[in-house]
Ligand binder design. Structure first.
Ligand code: 5HY
Length: 243
């Protein structure tokens, strides 16, 4: 199968790092097609970043659809434009936050989320409620490590991340940890060796969910919420969306 892995920020380094994790977790018959938008923020750390990134993200979804990919992954922990992408796509679209929460809820009574900036915590809380996982979450913790500082992470920043994971376990009662950024994908193995609970990376969790849906022959339902988008004229830079 072919999975389109979309990094909605414009950091090609981060796309490359997450593509390595994704391909290493994928079946041999799975091809990961990693994509970076040509337009948008280098990292996504607030609502403004997310909205600007979402337009370029939807262009990539359309591109993947025209290429006939078997699944699309939105590799940003805010799951930006997930509903809009599901309206656009026929193949499954999986957000890494939802994939991380789903996977954690299968192996732990309660899971913690350890993420980047405190500023992003409300968005993660919103996703927990949207997906119905708020009762399974032992708590959300921020490291205040900027997203781009995760590329070639400094030892003290890594220690900060590990310390917040330990606090989530010892103080909040987390029985598993969901990492709150696609930029943490390359750190999973080291954290898993050093921490006493399962560490979940939404990027690889999304790959395995996409493979399962493909093997089950399931596509996005086109009835109701994720039905085809409504035909209308678009003008200016979005005229290409007219139908
Ligand atoms: C991410 N931002 O996964 C999110 C993490 C965050 O550019 N890639 C980003 O802080 O919300």
């Amino acid at each position: 199968m072919r999975i389109q892995l979309i990094n909605p920020n414009t950091s090609t380094e981060m796309t490359h790092a997450m593509a390595l994790s994704a391909q290493s977790a994928a079946l041999e018959t799975t091809q990961i097609i990693a994509c970076t938008p040509e337009h948008g923020p280098k990292s996504i750390e607030c609502a403004f970043d997310e909205v600007i990134a979402s337009a370029a993200l939807l262009d990539l979804i359309e591109q993947g659809k025209l290429q006939g990919v078997d699944a699309h992954i939105i590799a940003c922990f805010g799951d930006p434009a997930l509903d809009a992408a599901r309206e656009l796509a026929d193949a499954p679209v999986i957000g890494i936050a939802e994939a991380g929460f789903q996977t954690a809820s299968l192996i732990a009574h309660r899971f913690g989320v350890v993420t980047t900036l405190s500023r992003t915590l409300p968005a993660s809380e919103h996703l927990l409620q949207k997906y119905g996982h708020q009762h399974k979450c032992s708590g959300l913790r921020a490291t205040d490590i900027p997203v781009l500082a995760l590329e070639n992470i400094e030892p003290d920043a890594y220690q900060l991340l590990k310390t917040e994971c330990l606090a989530a376990i010892e103080q909040d009662g987390a029985e598993a940890i969901v990492l709150g950024c696609a930029g943490m994908s390359a750190l999973v193995e080291k954290l898993a060796e050093e921490l006493p609970v399962p560490i979940i990376d939404g990027v690889v969790a999304a790959v395995k969910l996409a493979e399962s849906l493909h093997q089950l022959g399931l596509q996005t339902s086109k009835i109701g919420q994720y039905g085809q988008r409504i035909s209308k004229p678009f003008i200016g830079r979005y005229a290409h969306w007219s139908k």
